[in-house]
Design a protein around this ligand. Sequence first.
Ligand code: MTE
Length: 319
Amino acid sequence: MLIKQAPDIRSSEITDERLYRNRRQFIRAASGAAVGAVAGATVLGQYDGALHAQEPISDLRKSPLSTDEDPNSYEDITSYNNFYEFGTDKGDPARYADEMTIAPWSVRIEGEMHTPAADVDIDDLLRPHTLEERIYRLRCVEAWSMVVPWVGFPLGDLIKRFEPTSKAKFVKFTTLHRPEEMRGQRSRVLQWPYVEALRMDEAMHPLAILAVGMYGKTLLNQQGAPLRLVVPWKYGFKSIKSIVKIEFVEDQPRNSWNISAPNEYGFYSNVNPEVNHPRWSQASERRIGSFFRIRTQMFNGYADQVASLYDGMDLERNF
Ligand code: MTE
């Protein structure tokens, strides 16, 4: 996400061909390994109650909701990140996110719900859920994209567990606020803490997941450990990282990027090649690791599954 600078391909981002070939080999080897691991699995990925950094997560089922595209390399996915809590450069999260302590970690669940508000330890939050691998496209609003083999579970399963009332029209998420460990929060580049929200029917959609891992291992801090949202039909900024609070609310909350630049970032943020960002086109994207631009697909290629959520809505106005 950039506020003031149009995102163009910087010369430092242009990969030379040798590196590109190596990367493709690495991707093929890595995805082959992932498929092998999945093929051997007979039980579902039952969470066993301990999230340790970079622990392998065993027995993952491959989700039928996955794209069949090759995932980006592990290296790309963990070294080219947006996580403004650690700085605005794409390399800053990998450089500084280890300064964030992720254990112990609890998530506050509150708002319009029948069950009592609670601070739930991350292990207790995850224990009832079955983890699976979901390979999704991630399309950043800056017109680059990646394919990521997430490990996670449907957000809707967690929502049902806490029994929201009929007044709960939106689900709001908040990131950890700890400026002493998150150096970007000592600057005013955004209003902290980072917040995001989904309409309840969006949040209940089976494609919306909470992720705890990637490439069969628990998330690195720069990716939003220990728990982040992934909403594949929306621009990447909706996929809020390192979540400490989930609230069920009646009124539509404002999200961080909308607060920061309301004419540039709306609430819905559905990937839409026909509605341009005020300062650049959204018609095409560049897959990280590739030289070429490709055409951006409506709802990031998930239109068959999600377009009906927006029937009758003017998507130019509700951007
Ligand atoms: N969550 C928080 N808390 N802070 C952020 O700066 N950046 C968003 C999103 N989630 C961000 C965040 C943006 S702009 C994108 S594109 C994705 O995270 C990037 O996720 P990735 O680094 O895993 O690719």
